[in-house]
Design a binder for this molecule. Structure first.
Ligand code: MN3
Length: 197
């Protein structure tokens, strides 16, 4: 089974004014579609062709760069769309809020550390909240790497990720990554984040 571009559960315009419709449309139909197409091409006819994406990512050091870049791209974006919602924003509740408070001191401190991870990632990459064997951690990765990859510095289950590639924000925010990351909190789908805790 070849990988396919997932459908969004909301319209491209639904995250405005925080994430603009044109960015969403290009990001989904061009960038994400290209990762899917290039991943399928890179896997075609090989021994990993019919493996699941998580198994592929867990063995990424054995695979070509095209699989790392496009497999990561496909996986990361599939979750990124779910981590945002027109009904998002505000604060998490219950077990997730407790875990963020006890790990990072407060919800505001967590947001500050996560944003800093996104701001200090030089060039293109992702900021992450990760569930590890040793509790919750904040990290960032370059390019389309993610915490499921065997090459990742911090390994675990990605609970939340923010795309800090310029294509995620440049049309609306130009070089102001800080404003995009601040706006991101208004659309975070905390139910989706809590679902993987
Ligand atoms: Mn992207």
């Amino acid at each position: 089974m070849a990988f396919e571009l997932p459908k969004l559960t909301y319209d491209y315009v639904a995250l405005e004014p925080h994430i603009d419709a044109r960015t969403m449309e290009i990001h989904h139909t061009k960038h994400h579609q290209a990762y899917v197409t290039n991943l399928n091409n890179a896997l075609a006819g090989g021994e990993w062709e019919n493996k699941g994406i998580e198994e592929i990512l867990a063995n990424i050091s054995k695979l070509p760069a095209a699989v790392r870049n496009n497999g990561g791209g496909h996986y990361n974006h599939s979750l990124y769309w779910q981590w945002m919602s027109p009904k998002g924003g505000g604060q998490p509740t219950g077990k997730l809020l407790d875990a963020l408070n006890s790990t990072f001191g407060s919800f505001d401190k967590f947001k500050e550390l996560f944003s800093t991870a996104g701001m200090t990632r030089f060039g293109s990459g992702w900021a992450w909240l990760v569930k590890t064997g040793d509790g919750l951690k904040i990290t960032s990765t370059p390019n389309q790497d993610n915490p499921l990859m065997d090459v990742a510095e911090v390994k675990g289950t990605p609970l939340l990720g923010a795309d800090v590639w310029e294509h995620a924000y440049y049309l609306k925010y130009q070089n102001r990554r800080n404003e995009y990351l601040a706006a991101f909190w208004n659309v975070v789908n905390w139910e989706a984040v809590a679902g993987k805790l």
